[in-house]
Design a protein around this ligand. Structure first.
Ligand SMILES: Cc1ncc(C[n+]2csc(CCOP(=O)(O)OP(=O)(O)O)c2C)c(N)n1
Length: 763
């Protein structure tokens, strides 16, 4: 039994369930108090102002560039989004300065401020050596000179990214909405509202697992806290098995701070009285954690209050008391973007009331009052910021564009984990997995997968495995039985029924150093996680300009052919093949399952590894020990000379049966090619075969409409038209919904006879 579970007896005594209390605006100090108490240095106090000014200046610059009014960058067409965070500077700066320099953040579409603040804080904490690497053109050993050069370079790279330039943080591939700098713990802004929240949660899982002492802050707006994956993430972060209170592994709770940046509007919808039913969003925490995640509401216009809250929360996380949820009350002065005139949904009076409590004005007063700066030195600081930003922006505007020929460069990485670093190769095995016995060298498809998982988990401590019911129960199809006992709950654990969060946390964990494998019980459920698979896992390597790698395997099993009906039977690998960045692998034999899965786990790309429940029981000879099959190499499962069948998954077996029948009944010699890997696609093997046979049928269990079979057929037409003696035909499931009834499902899926008939048409 799980070690943290207590027996729940049937007790139905009348009682009242109580929630805790949430403090609002409890911070009552000033900068002067903090300076006096020695809880802030004067330099730190100045840095805070400088960072807020840098953010505002950079964002006001965008407004001016758009209207042609920015002196240093004239005649430059600023394209792309303009989600400005002017007004919210205190939350970005107070948060980043309240945490340690190597703590991590994820951010949002309105994330320029977070990105600038994170970079500034990290730069000021860098050693001379690190600074010299960051700004190699600055030939100084003086740390002050180096920091100044690095700050200018930071604004240069930020502007270059917003301007879509090669020198940008993400080589102009990401832009402002996906800006990231993994070298300083900025794990990415996210243009999908809420999309970064599970990623941050996954990053915190890495920190908890590796005990690296890092805390991750997840910035997200009030709007995001209505989003499913965000609510899944709150539950995930607070779940008992990670909690400091319930878990016995002494690793502490997840070191994550959920920072709700409540500027009172989504795009235009009002959180206060329109699209939410609570008066303060911090109450969300009460539904997920007994301790309410230390929820608190903080004045987001007071940078010292924000800093104070982040200091307490990040130190609390380091002690094992995470997760934390902090709501910051703030305001954006501009519209959702510059095309939003704001007058349809809010009043001028409201705007001016918020401008009256402007964070920068208020802090300037405090800094004068505390005697940290005087009027003259304050003006000098402002001028330095304005001039530095102007120089950086002008240089960025004049810098080189990416080369058009590189348009799809960085879609995938070509790296793999060939050698496991020593510190991860020592693996604790609690109880060896019972030997998976071969009979005549044979294993089932299911056991081939299990053997691979065991071998790879023994090889590399960074490989962890989770999904619904995969631990004690061994998964819905018992593929992973005994793994928990062997590797412990730290590496094999049950997840909540939260597919988006399963995949999203895996993205975050993969980005930050682990090599997660997750299971989706049925491939149909991948649709619940489609954003995290298609927009996050698949895209981060490209969007980060190749700075991030996402070594992640999503095992998804297809339930078709068992009478499970429309929502448990779909083969939807074709759909995911439409999202570049992701590899899609679908083995049809036990040996291929082992060879391909091993390669997938060691590869540094995100991979969807599709398994068929119809195949789990089939047997075949499987090599022992290390066995790898390269991705993107099709396998000729049967040689022939009259017709080629290109196929994958369970249809390989139907195609082989059809080939037997065609040989026996019609004396037609059929070559059967098992793609095994849909992305990357091996057209070379296919074309070689077409050149020999001149005829082709492409078969899969996906419904024909929109199936990847169409892509294969089309590529054959493009690359080998002259060799074809007949049109390429396709065969898939019927263009309908998988039925429950046996005769209907038999009619729905393509079988050997259907394949034979299609082949005969081509002949
Ligand atoms: C999943 C998703 N839905 C809708 C949008 C369009 N959109 C972009 S920002 C935004 C408002 C987000 O509000 P909030 O989370 O409060 O952040 P804020 O814009 O206030 O910073 C919307 C609806 C999107 N980008 N992603």
């Amino acid at each position: 039994m799980p070690n943290y579970l207590s027996n729940r007896k049937p007790e139905f005594k009348s009682k009242v369930v109580k929630f805790g209390t949430i403090k609002e605006f409890a911070y009552d100090k000033t900068l002067k108090d903090e300076v006096k108490a020695g809880t802030i240095t004067k330099q730190e106090a100045v840095d805070i102002l400088e960072d807020m000014l840098m953010i505002r200046e950079a964002e006001e610059m965008i407004v001016k560039i758009r209207s042609g009014a920015y002196e240093s960058v004239k005649n430059f067409e600023y394209r792309g989004p303009t989600h400005l965070s002017v007004g919210q500077e205190a939350t970005s700066v107070g948060a980043c300065i309240g945490m340690k320099a190597d703590d991590q953040i994820t951010s949002t579409h309105r994330g320029h401020g977070d990105s600038i603040a994170k970079g500034c804080v990290a730069i000021r904490a860098m050693s001379v050596e690190r600074l010299q690497k960051r700004v190699p053109n600055c030939n100084s050993k003086d740390i002050k000179v180096l920091v100044e050069a690095a700050l200018e370079d930071h604004i240069y790279r930020t502007c270059a990214e917003l301007f879509g330039k090669e020198d940008g943080y993400c080589k102009g591939r990401g832009g402002g909405m996906h800006i990231a700098d993994f070298t300083v713990g900025h794990l990415g802004a996210n243009a999908i509202v809420g999309g970064g929240v599970p990623i941050a949660t996954g990053a915190a899982m890495t920190s908890r697992y590796l005990q690296d002492g890092k805390v991750t802050c997840c910035f997200a707006g009030d709007g995001a806290y209505a989003n499913g994956v965000v609510l899944e993430s709150l539950n995930w972060a607070a779940m008992g098995q990670f909690s400091n209170y319930l878990s016995k592994d002494k690793k502490g709770g997840l070191p994550i701070i959920f920072a709700i940046i409540n500027n009172h509007y989504g795009m235009t919808g009002r959180v206060d009285d329109e699209v939410s039913g609570v008066e303060c969003l911090a109450k969300r925490a009460a539904g997920f954690a007994e301790n309410m995640m230390h929820a608190e509401v903080i004045n987001g216009m007071d940078v010292m209050a924000v800093r104070d809250a982040f200091k307490r929360a990040s130190e609390g996380c380091r002690k094992g008391d995470g997760p934390y949820l902090l709501e910051f009350d703030t305001y954006r002065y501009y519209g959702h973007s510059l095309s939003d005139p704001r007058n349809e949904y809010r009043t001028k009076e409201e705007e001016s009331q918020w401008r009256c409590v402007d964070a920068i004005d208020a802090y300037e007063k405090q800094i004068l009052d505390a005697g940290v700066l005087n009027k003259k030195t304050l003006e000098e600081l402002k001028k330095r910021v304005v001039d530095r930003n102007a120089r950086a922006a002008a240089a960025a505007a004049a810098s080189a564009d990416p080369v058009a020929a590189d348009v799809i460069r960085y879609t995938n990485t070509n790296t793999a984990c060939d050698v496991v670093p020593e510190k991860y190769s020592k693996v604790k095995i609690i109880k060896p997995v019972p030997e998976i016995k071969r009979k005549d060298g044979q294993l089932t498809y299911k056991d081939a997968i299990k053997e691979t998982l065991v071998q790879e988990m023994i090889r590399d401590n960074r490989v962890i495995f989770y999904g619904e019911d995969v631990a004690d129960y061994g998964g819905a199809f018992k593929v992973t039985k005994d793994l928990l006992e062997a590797f412990g709950r730290d590496r094999v654990f049950n997840s909540p029924i939260s597919e988006a969060c399963i995949c999203g946390t895996a993205v975050g964990a993969a980005m930050t150093g682990l090599r997660p494998i997750v299971e989706l019980m049925y491939m149909d459920f991948a649709l619940m996680a489609s954003d995290q698979i298609a927009n996050q896992a698949a895209k981060w390597h490209y969007m980060s300009g190749a700075k991030a790698e996402v070594p992640l395997v999503i095992r998804a099993s297809v339930g078709g052919g068992k009478g499970y009906g429309g929502q448990h039977s779909q083969s939807i690998e074709s759909m995911f093949a439409g999202f570049p960045g992701m590899y899609i692998i679908y083995p049809s034999t036990p040996a291929d399952a082992k060879g391909l899965l091993t390669t997938c786990i060691r590869d540094n790309n995100p991979i969807m590894f599709v398994e068929s429940q119809l195949l789990y029981g089939i047997k075949g000879v499987v090599p022992e020990g290390d066995y790898m099959i390269p991705l993107g190499v099709a396998d000729v499962k049967r040689e022939g000379k009259d017709l080629t069948i290109v196929t994958w998954g369970p249809s390989v077996h139907d195609s082989l049966k059809a080939a037997e029948m065609l040989a026996a009944e019609k004396k037609i010699s059929v070559e059967v090619i098992d793609l095994r890997s849909i992305v990357p696609l091996d057209m070379e093997t296919v074309i070689k075969s077409i050149k020999k046979t001149g005829k082709c049928v492409v078969v899969s269990q996906c419904i024909s409409m929109g199936s990847f079979t169409g892509e294969v057929a089309s590529q054959i037409m493009e690359q080998a038209f002259d060799y074809l003696d007949a049109p390429v035909l396709r065969l898939g499931a019927k263009n309908g919904i998988a039925p429950q009834s046996l005769p209907l499902e038999l009619a729905f899926l393509p079988n050997a006879k259907d394949i034979m008939n299609t082949a005969l048409k081509v002949m």
